[in-house]
Design a protein around this ligand. Structure first.
Ligand code: GMT
Length: 372
């Protein structure tokens, strides 16, 4: 099969899933064409059969907002025409779904279209009236639409008024990416005194509630002296750094920025924190679980489909910082229970979200669409 993949190439869950899926499909002997505005950050060692097509958006003084969606549609049409791409799989609806639809219009038919919804493309930006009609059109014109959780599929029906079927294919993780020695080296650096280490990783957007992360840590640290590693970057990072300084915790909290591979730091932790207000799936939590790190999270969106309370993770209402902190204190004070939760977290990730099974589902979907 010849598959075109479009995603945001920057650090983030949808780009990670799209890139790892494309690489896995290429390793199975198919031809994969990434059509993006930059090389996806997660590409790493590229197997044979992978090609990159860069989308360039010409600058022109008249354009206050360079029309990326149109340049993408033209590049998609060009790649399909010149390379015989049979199916375009776009990740994140805005604007990729409508660009793929336009590419097919340019070609007067041609490739099958698969749209994977990831979360904020529906729950935050997609539901905004300035995008809603165009997102809905892109979703309705695709051949197959998938969502990374049942919760996201339901929200797409309810909030966007979409009527069509949406197939749920969860996100996945490669359990073999976790390197114990590498994580141990991070641990020695992040907790030189051997105290417990809490970890959070995100894009520091408002939905991630990073100030809740700091507040939970403050409450835990009062009872069990600990460290906190904050991985990632984004608009709320300055406020989070200020909180740490004002609370006198700067010497216990390390802001690492975007580190790669993220599993190095995640695997170094005792507990992973994800208290988001919106979270369609929570790929970062799954990555932590695959490293054998239990998760303390909110019950937002699709998180309960990933984290089973008491079995490698714990979920609480959004904003319940005191309860979350109390749960962590109990866990850190009971080493046997912490070890048990570590094992349960790893087992849940490996048994339910391992890469091979989920890639099988996407490959079957492609075969089904192409009649192969
Ligand atoms: O807007 C974001 O938070 C980024 C977005 C992305 O493109 O990475 O994250 C969403 O997609 C991930 C991959 O499917 C999910 O694991 C995240 O839960 C989801 N983020 C939200 O729903 C907030």
């Amino acid at each position: 099969m010849k598959i075109g993949v479009t995603c945001y190439p920057t650090v983030g869950g949808s780009g990670t899933v799209a890139t790892e899926l494309g690489l896995a499909i290429a390793r199975r002997g198919h031809e994969v064409h990434f059509i993006c505005y930059a090389l996806p950050y997660r590409l790493g060692r590229v197997p044979p059969g992978v090609t990159f097509h860069e989308v360039t958006v010409p600058a022109y003084p008249l354009f206050q907002y360079p029309p990326y969606s149109l340049a993408l549609a033209s590049q998609m049409a060009d790649a399909v025409r010149n390379h015989g791409i049979e199916l375009l799989h776009v990740h994140y609806a805005i604007p990729h779904a409508i660009s793929a639809y336009l590419a097919r219009e340019i070609l007067g038919g041609g490739p099958k279209l698969v749209v994977t919804l990831h979360g904020t493309d529906i729950t935050v930006v997609g539901a905004d009236p300035s995008f809603l009609p165009i997102v809905r059109l892109g979703i309705e014109r695709a051949d197959v639409v998938t969502a990374v959780s049942q919760s996201l599929a339901d929200e797409t029906h309810e909030r966007l008024g979409v009527k069509r079927e949406i197939e749920v294919i969860p996100n996945f993780v490669d359990p073999d990416r976790y390197d114990r020695d590498f994580a141990a080296a991070h641990r020695r650096r992040l907790s030189p005194d051997g105290a417990p280490l809490l970890v959070h990783a995100s894009n520091f957007r408002p939905v991630k509630r990073v100030l809740d992360v700091l507040e939970i840590f403050r409450l835990v640290h009062e009872r069990v002296p600990s460290h906190l590693a904050m991985v990632g970057d984004g608009p709320d990072r300055p406020a989070a750094e200020r909180f740490a300084r004002d609370a006198g915790l700067a010497h216990r909290v390390e802001f690492l920025g975007n580190v790669s591979p993220v599993e190095g730091v995640m695997g170094a932790g005792d507990v992973f924190l994800l208290p988001s207000s919106e979270e369609s799936f929570g790929l970062a939590a799954l990555e932590a679980m695959a490293c054998g790190v239990p998760v303390v999270a909110s019950n937002a969106g699709g998180i309960p489909e990933l984290v089973v309370h008491g079995r490698g993770g714990f979920i609480f209402p959004v904003g319940a910082t005191e309860t979350m902190a109390a749960c962590i204190v109990t866990l850190l004070s009971n080493p046997h229970e912490l070890v048990r939760q570590r094992e349960l977290a790893r087992r849940r990730a490996v048994e339910n979200f391992a890469v091979a099974k989920v890639v099988d589902r996407y490959e079957d979907l492609y075969h089904r669409l192409l009649g192969a």
